[in-house]
Design a protein. Structure first.
Length: 156
């Protein structure tokens, strides 16, 4: 599952190569982007929110795997399976198990440093960099370098 973080980052001149820097606010990311844009003589900057992939353990799949293992072991031992009480599990029971398994997995992942670091960027906004001040490009008219221009907002 994807989870929004409080962190922001930026890209210079295109919305495909965001830098691995993290800023506590969109404004801080924009300030850093504008400084780099001035150095690199870039005309546009893109600011976006960092979203992390948070693994979730699927309780239903875990239960299915346990049932399969149990059936295989019973077959090997030439014995019958008893009545399966898990058939009476409610949706809330399964959700509770999923939360418990997911939390256990995340603790284990953190303890051993196995976090994947997979992320994506959302809430991307484009700004004109060569202006006296940062100007958001949107569906509205805006002013940069004293000239009013109309722009089109692009959905990501």
């Amino acid at each position: 599952m994807w989870e929004k973080t409080p962190w922001w980052t930026y890209s210079l001149d295109n919305e495909l190569s965001f830098l691995p820097f993290q800023y506590v606010s969109k404004e801080d990311a924009l300030k850093a982007a504008m400084e780099d844009a001035e150095i690199d003589e870039t005309e546009r900057v893109f600011i976006g929110r960092i979203n992390e992939y948070i693994p979730t353990v699927d309780a239903a799949q875990v239960i299915d795997q346990i049932r399969l293992d149990e059936a295989n072991e019973a077959k090997k031992a030439d014995t019958k399976l008893p009545f399966d009480l898990i058939d009476n599990a409610t949706v809330d029971d399964i959700y509770e198990l999923e939360e418990m398994l997911t939390n256990a997995y995340r603790k284990w992942e953190d303890k051993h440093g196995y976090t994947s670091g997979v992320y994506k960027i959302t809430d991307i906004e484009e700004f004109q960099a060569r202006a006296r001040r940062a100007t958001k490009l949107s569906d509205y008219e805006m002013e940069f370098d004293g000239i009013v221009h109309e722009t089109q907002h692009r959905e990501k």
